[in-house]
Design a protein around this ligand. Structure first.
Ligand SMILES: Nc1ncnc2c1ncn2[C@@H]1O[C@H](COP(=O)(O)OP(=O)(O)OP(=O)(O)O)[C@@H](O)[C@H]1O
Ligand SMILES: [Mg+2]
Length: 401
């Protein structure tokens, strides 16, 4: 008993009573062990292992709901593959691009050229930051890969946002590239997406070559989330600094919609921060409930802050109008694009985006009759203007007043 008391005092004296390792609660942290994904890890390793026999691995398409471990599994396996490649001194290059971050397909090509060493090596045949046609840039990259006999594994995470922005031509070139590289070198493509209908958007030829192999990541069950959180707690928290009930509640809450481990870990982190703030010795259910509330309150902000650029611009256009019609929103949106020297998306794509924003609860749309002119949609922003400004001010300083 007295040691319990000592424990409490000791923890408090150290300042941080609850969190032992805050890195382990960050979103990009990947634990050494990923429970319930052993099979996926093995399959991926198996597919990629042909690299070490100098044979091209099958192209691979991974998909599943958000927070089901796709990025984590790929990163973990790739890290081990790169380590092995280094040991064996092979010519393996792994390129991992997140298409949501890269603004266009050309930017992806540029990143590849930088990474495979083309831009450093051959000044006359490099892929500059701007200026080449897509075809020319792709050709230069493929030639370089062939000349150097490189084994390239190209991972495109959030591949759907690349196709949304730039179409699937770039994927077509890369999946076909191997037929042209008859003298050696190859490129294997791993596409990752959480949009379940993404494949339908692809040209059938691209679809079949991208999906030479497929892996589906299923949502975690509540029990699985509990186990994942339990493991994570051991790394992140001091001994006894989180109650069993708190872990259970986090997993139940996160598992309610679609077993999303990111959501579960977010809850855990925010709950722990709240517990620390009030100098509690342990995270309990009340902190988890408060965390849930806090996350819900911040949801529109987070969503907007992390949205793709053009979605942000559409939201901004809607925020700048009052009860506008789709056409009006589109006009303002194109004006904003022009101001930022960005190529606007088509009106059709913007209309689709507005439907998505409606589904997400960010805007409200209302169909109104316009007499003999037919029907039109009126669009209203649903999140507070201050939230919109706060979330967008970093990206579009010049557009926010
Ligand atoms: N099996 C697992 N064990 C431990 N942690 C996990 C597991 N699966 C996912 N996570 C953690 O959950 C978070 C989300 O996982 P990840 O980023 O891999 O999801 P994703 O499937 O790529 O989602 P999205 O489609 O939204 O990109 C990460 O912090 C990851 O470390
Ligand atoms: Mg991911």
């Amino acid at each position: 008993m007295s040691s319990d008391i000592d424990n409490i005092f000791d923890k408090a004296a150290k300042g941080k009573a609850v969190i032992k390792n805050d890195q382990a609660l960050k979103i990009d942290y990947i634990p050494e062990k990923l429970p319930f994904r052993e099979q996926e890890e093995k399959t991926l390793a198996q597919v990629l292992s042909t690299t070490f026999r100098s044979a091209r691995p099958s192209n691979l398409f991974l998909f599943g709901e958000p927070g089901t471990g796709k990025t984590a599994v790929v990163k973990k396996v790739i890290e081990k593959l790169e380590k092995k490649a280094k040991e064996l001194k092979t010519n393996v290059k792994v390129i991992n691009v997140n298409a949501k971050g890269a603004s266009t397909a050309y930017k992806v090509l540029y990143e590849i050229a930088e990474y495979v060493g083309l831009n450093q090596e051959d000044k006359t045949k490099r892929v500059p930051f701007t200026g080449l046609s897509m075809g020319e840039a792709t050709g230069r990259i493929l030639q370089f890969i062939q000349k150097k006999r490189l084994s390239v594994i190209l991972i495109i995470d959030e591949i759907d946002s690349l196709v949304d922005k730039s179409g699937d031509d770039i994927l077509y070139s890369f999946t076909r590239a191997n037929q042209q590289m008859t003298e050696g070198g190859f490129i294997a493509l791993i596409g990752i997406s959480n949009s379940l209908d993404f494949k339908d958007k692809l040209d059938p030829r691209v679809r079949s070559s991208l999906s030479e192999e497929e892996m589906v990541f299923k949502p975690y069950t509540i029990d699985q989330l509990r186990e994942i959180l339990h493991e994570r707690s051991k790394i992140a928290f001091n001994h006894d600094a989180i109650s069993e009930a708190a872990v259970n509640l986090c997993s139940a809450m996160a598992g309610r919609e679609h077993g999303d481990a990111r959501k579960a870990i977010d809850l855990l982190r925010v709950a722990a921060e709240l517990a620390e703030r009030e100098n509690a010795v342990a995270v309990d259910e009340k902190h988890v409930r408060a965390a849930q509330e806090k996350i819900e309150r911040n949801a529109p902000y987070d969503l907007l802050k992390n949205a793709p650029t053009h979605m942000k611009l559409v939201v901004l256009a809607i925020a700048k109008t009052k009860d506008a019609r789709t056409g009006d929103v589109y006009d303002i949106y194109t004006a904003l694009c022009k101001h930022l020297e960005q190529e606007p998306l088509t009106q059709r794509r913007v209309t689709q985006m507005i439907s998505k924003l409606d589904l997400l609860g960010m805007v409200a749309t209302d169909v109104v009759s316009q007499g003999r002119y037919g029907r039109s949609q009126k669009i209203k922003i649903k999140i507070p203007l201050a939230t919109v400004k706060e979330a967008l001010k970093e990206d579009f300083t010049s557009l926010i007043d």
